[in-house]
Design a protein around this ligand. Structure first.
Ligand code: DP6
Length: 404
């Protein structure tokens, strides 16, 4: 029997505190500014991918959540697979001719997200990171996550940051070939494990502007973007790294909220303007602002930070000890259906909406109360680790190399 060459890996989602928005090279996916994100825990949100190489496979094929997707020639997926095969040849086969020539075999790839696409969470970052990780494992590549991030970046820019756990910077670099535009670990998960995240999944019926096309329009038309990339982000990257290394939540929160605001400002400054937040998103901002105001007025510090990507969902970062209070605050304005909150950390002994409560002194008029469904789900998670190697028992391909 011929050997089976197969590997399975999972990779996390990341949510940026300093946002990537704009490309200087759309093919290589080179950004107009550096960015920084927090990697979220794969126990709650992840993409899992199995890759298999076999001389009998006729062509590269990909299945996403069980459904076959076309691998377009010259497209992002095809680029990533090609680059991984090139690395296999260069790092393994050319150096050791006795190694099997896996780079010349076609691959079958099956990938699965444990969160519904309908949740409105971007899966491209975890998806491309899992793809690259599983191929690196299959090809037994002796390379660092930063090297793999160069390839994941060409799948989707933000994917390069999912190659590390903890707190991760994507350094924009300056080389025209993109060789220095890669992810580095600012601090591992273990440095600041108390950072938790609450994702508020905001219902959104209309089809929005994709990140890819939206950011290009911003690059072409927004004068504010030039100010942002030249005069704002460089200092923020330094400041937020310092804040993370010092576990200084006050600075981390201020910078994260300011950068989310400015990202949405450059979206609005685009011609025609792009709106990613809606009334629900803005009301959540008001709640977090009031929550922080109360604490600051009492001589305390910031207790939570909101951030929004290219859609209406809120991600609230906060120290672990504040999360229960934040959930009670959010459900006071956004009641939940019974199964729309999974209590991953066992904070509540009863249905979450029955636990709704405002902190003492909270000005309840800062937002109106919404009906059930305005926030259609809450996901409580935390800072997590980088891609994981999984065993064969987690494989997504059957004996013949097709999705199970
Ligand atoms: C707002 O990485 O999805 O989430 O590189 O075109 O695939 P492409 O874009 P993508 O953009 C993410 C934009 C963002 C900010 C961020 O994650 O830094």
């Amino acid at each position: 029997m011929s050997p089976i060459y197969q590997a399975t890996a999972s990779a996390p989602v990341n949510i940026a505190c300093i946002k990537y928005w704009g490309k200087r090279d759309t093919k290589l996916i080179l950004p107009t500014n550096s960015s920084l994100s927090v990697t979220l825990d794969q126990d709650h949100l992840r993409s899992t991918t199995t890759s298999r190489a076999d001389p009998s496979f006729e062509k590269d094929r990909l299945w996403l959540n069980g459904k076959e997707e076309e691998i377009k020639d010259g497209g992002r997926m095809s680029t990533c697979i090609k680059e991984m095969k090139r690395l296999r040849k260069q790092e393994v086969e050319d150096k050791n001719p006795a190694e099997p020539k896996l780079s010349s075999f076609s691959v079958h790839i099956s990938s699965f997200n444990n969160f519904p696409t309908a949740a409105g969470l971007a899966s491209s970052a975890s998806g491309f990171a899992a793809l690259v990780s599983s191929l690196a494992q299959l090809y037994q590549l002796p390379v660092s996550p930063s090297t793999l991030s160069l390839i994941a970046r060409q799948g989707s820019g933000s994917a390069c940051r999912s190659l590390y756990g903890g707190f991760v910077a994507w350094e924009m670099g300056s080389a025209v070939d993109g060789s220095d535009s890669l992810a580095i670990e600012v601090a591992p998960q273990s440095h600041w494990p108390d950072i938790h995240a609450l994702i508020c999944v905001v219902s959104d019926d209309k089809k929005g502007t994709s990140s890819t096309s939206g950011m290009q329009r911003t690059v072409e038309t927004s004068p504010l973007l030039q100010h942002r990339i030249n005069h704002v982000v460089p200092q923020r990257m330094k400041d937020i790294s310092t804040a993370i290394l010092a576990r200084d939540f006050d600075s981390f929160a201020r910078l994260t909220m300011a950068d989310s605001n400015q990202f949405h400002a450059v979206a609005l400054d685009t011609e025609p303007p792009i709106f990613y937040m809606n009334d629900v998103s803005r009301s959540i901002i008001s709640l977090i602002v009031e929550y922080n105001r109360l604490s600051l007025a009492a001589g305390g510090g910031y207790k939570a930070a909101y951030t929004y990507d290219a859609g209406p969902n809120a991600v609230i970062y906060a120290p672990k000890e504040n999360i229960k209070e934040i959930i009670q605050l959010i459900v006071s304005y956004f009641p939940q259906q019974k199964d729309s909150f999974k209590d991953n950390f066992n904070l509540f002994s009863a249905d979450v909406t029955s636990q709704a409560k405002l902190p003492a002194g909270f000005n309840e008029n800062v937002a109106k109360r919404f009906d059930v469904g305005a926030v259609k789900g809450l996901i409580h998670t935390r800072v997590g680790d980088g891609p994981r190697k999984l065993g064969d028992e987690e494989s997504l391909l059957n004996a013949e190399g097709f999705p199970k």
